[in-house]
Ligand binder design. Structure first.
Ligand SMILES: [Zn+2]
Length: 407
């Protein structure tokens, strides 16, 4: 049996049973899963965790599930020592957490695996989501594995690669003529009408918990050390808060000492309500109308922006926005130094990290982990101008002519 106890309001602390529910009836704030940490601590040890499967479900006891997980092989992705990129940026200890290498090529497989497991426990026969693309693919893939029906709703700007990435699993794929925020509002209404498990609405508290495994893994892969700095992108801000919760839990459970990690959040300048608020010194988010090529984080009204801001502040971290030109340069830099092809959001993280180091905010000797949350081939149209091959005849002479011109 798991150690999850209740759903708890993040603002007023009211408690609710573990049901498909995401908002507090009294103050409309988001609910969060709370656990019996004393009992959890008695059942856990580093040795026991090390014996678990090499996927996210090695942390099963720290997740809110009671049944066999719906697992397509997610997690325990590589933590790569990025010496080339570190040298380029001026960091002696830089690591890349390469979460492109999940089954549907993004970190979303982590939260979705938890949410779909809960959907099945709750008896839903259909799952649904509002998505900018990556979540749709992950939900559809997990629905296929769990033999459930999937309804996925995406905005009209969704890249063709992301539509194919979801459609291959045969969900009901619905393109909504509007922005992601419009899609999200529509899904909130659909959730009241249909008895479906909406991954990021009525299942959101469970969904959120899956992202904790990113924090657990980094610490375990560093030999149970916490990084000095973590740099992560934000859309709604939810995963950023849960990575922090994961570190906090490891400390509470006695698996690591106190946590001194500085948490840095990055967004694209064309959709940076969280960064704007951080820089204005407020915890109040002003929604924006997104305009960026980093579409998978183009959320103008981030549901967990307030909590993400609190994490950045409380951890002594920071916030950084980058332009579309900078993020493309970031994608190229990561690929050309470390051999990792990230989607546009990865470029946001690398370009943001570059600025944070250049400004002296992150220091050369600080052990830093940058999170790459999705794979490049899904957004390759933004890079079409980089393909500049040499065309030759199938002869030695023709090649050497080109080689001569090149040298
Ligand atoms: Zn409340």
């Amino acid at each position: 049996m798991g150690y999850a106890k209740t759903l708890r309001c993040q603002k007023c602390g009211r408690e609710y049973p573990l049901e498909p529910l995401n908002l507090c009836d009294f103050c409309l704030s988001p609910l969060e899963v709370s656990y019996d940490y004393k009992a959890m601590a008695r059942g856990l040890s580093k040795e026991k965790l090390a014996e678990g499967p090499r996927n996210m479900w090695r942390y099963r006891d720290m997740l809110p599930v009671e049944s066999e997980p719906v697992d397509i092989g997610t997690g325990f992705t590589p933590l790569v020592k990025a010496d080339n990129l570190g040298r380029e940026l001026g960091l002696d200890q830089l690591y890349i957490k390469n979460d492109c290498l999940n089954p549907t090529y993004s970190f979303k497989d982590r939260p979705v695996s938890v949410a779909v497991t809960k959907a099945r426990e709750f008896g839903f026969d259909a799952i649904a989501c509002a998505s900018t693309g990556n979540l749709a693919a992950s939900v559809a893939a997990h629905a296929a594995k769990a033999n459930m029906k999937a309804y996925v709703f995406v905005p009209s700007v969704t890249e063709p690669g992301k539509l194919v990435g979801a459609a291959i699993y045969n969900p009901v794929l619905v393109i909504v003529d509007g922005s992601y925020d419009d899609v999200n509002r529509l899904c909130a209404r659909l959730a009241q009408r249909y008895n479906w498990g909406f991954i990021n609405i009525n299942l959101r508290p469970y969904y959120a918990e899956g992202s904790k495994t990113l924090g657990y893994e980094v610490v375990e892969q560093l030999g149970w050390r916490t990084p000095d700095c973590m740099v992560h992108p934000a859309a709604s801000g939810l995963s950023f808060t849960r990575i922090w919760k994961g570190l906090d839990e490891l400390s509470m459970l006695g698996l690591i000492e106190s946590v001194n990690t500085h948490m840095y959040v990055t967004q694209a300048a064309g959709s940076s309500p969280i960064i704007n608020a951080f820089q204005a010194g407020t915890l109040h988010i002003h929604p924006v109308k997104p305009d960026t090529i980093a579409k998978s984080i183009a959320i103008g009204n981030p549901a967990d922006g307030y909590y993400a801001l609190r994490v950045a502040r409380q951890s002594g971290g920071g916030a950084c926005a980058v332009t579309d030109e900078e993020l493309i340069a970031g994608m190229k830099l990561l690929a050309q130094t470390e051999g990792i092809f990230a989607e546009a959001v990865g470029g946001v993280v690398i370009a943001g990290l570059k600025k944070l180091v250049a400004s002296g905010t992150i220091k050369r000797d600080e052990l830093t982990v940058a999170f790459i949350t999705g794979a490049g081939p899904r957004t390759q149209e933004i890079l079409s101008d980089i393909v500049q091959p040499f065309t030759i005849q199938p002869s030695l002479e023709s090649f050497e002519e080109v080689l001569g011109a090149r040298v």
